[in-house]
Design a protein around this ligand. Structure first.
Ligand code: AMP
Length: 213
């Protein structure tokens, strides 16, 4: 099963993507995580991506697409995957589509986690991430057991550079201009499904599993 997660930054699609991956035993692929791992390791790719990420801008399609196609060609992706944060532009979606068509394959579902604009900024300012293991939290919705400390590895949680308020504004503008058109793209392909992202995360997940069942 090949799934694309859509939704504004802060809609909770990453959390849902991880839950889907666990339940269905398929890899969770986040281009944002791949970029952050490269930044942490100080790679050339990481240094290039960071310039864009820190401003809330998208990393250029050419670079992003190369990384994604390389990742999905791995053996662990042969039975499917859940993409989180990719595609983010129509050209990215087209390249993915073409690559899948060549393999006689396609995206089975695009799931839009729908959250109204007014909730988004509030949500993003509460996001916290673990620099150690990549786990994500929210001060209100998914608090760690001990404030400021990762449940999984015990590292001190941080507000990611790209979740800072000034960057959030840019990310939202980028989302509406470049990513939201993907809803029409996948609607046309007949695979678009929307879930209400304002309800508790277990209920969002229940709605998603109903779609995937
Ligand atoms: P995320 O963790 O998905 O919110 O991604 C964090 C940042 O990484 C984004 O704000 C972009 O700068 C960059 N990024 C992640 N995925 C993509 C993508 N598919 N295309 C372009 N930039 C991306």
């Amino acid at each position: 099963m090949k799934i694309v997660m859509l939704g504004a930054p802060g809609a909770g699609k990453g959390t849902q993507a991880k839950m889907i991956a666990q339940k269905y035993g398929i890899p969770h692929i986040s281009t944002g995580d791949i970029f952050r791992a490269n930044i942490k390791d100080g790679t050339k790719l990481g240094m290039e991506a960071k310039q864009y990420m820190d401003q809330g801008l998208l990393v250029p399609d050419e670079l992003t697409v190369r990384i994604l196609l390389d990742r999905v060609s791995n053996e662990d992706c042969k039975d499917g995957y859940v993409l989180d944060g990719f595609p983010r532009t129509i050209p990215q979606a087209e390249v993915l589509d073409e690559a899948l068509v060549k393999l006689g394959d396609k995206i089975d579902f695009a799931i839009n986690v729908d959250v109204p604009d007014e909730n988004i900024i509030k949500r993003m300012s509460g996001r916290r991430a673990c620099p150690g293991c990549g786990a994500t939290y929210h001060t209100e919705h998914i608090p760690p057991k001990t404030e400021g400390i990762c449940d999984v590895c015990g590292a001190a949680l941080v507000l990611r550079d790209d979740d800072r308020p000034e960057t959030v504004k840019n990310r939202l503008e980028v989302y509406y201009a470049q990513t939201q058109p993907l809803i029409a793209f996948y609607t046309e392909k007949g695979v678009m499904r929307t879930v209400d992202g304002t309800v508790p995360m277990e209920d969002v997940f229940a709605a998603i599993t109903k779609i995937l069942a």
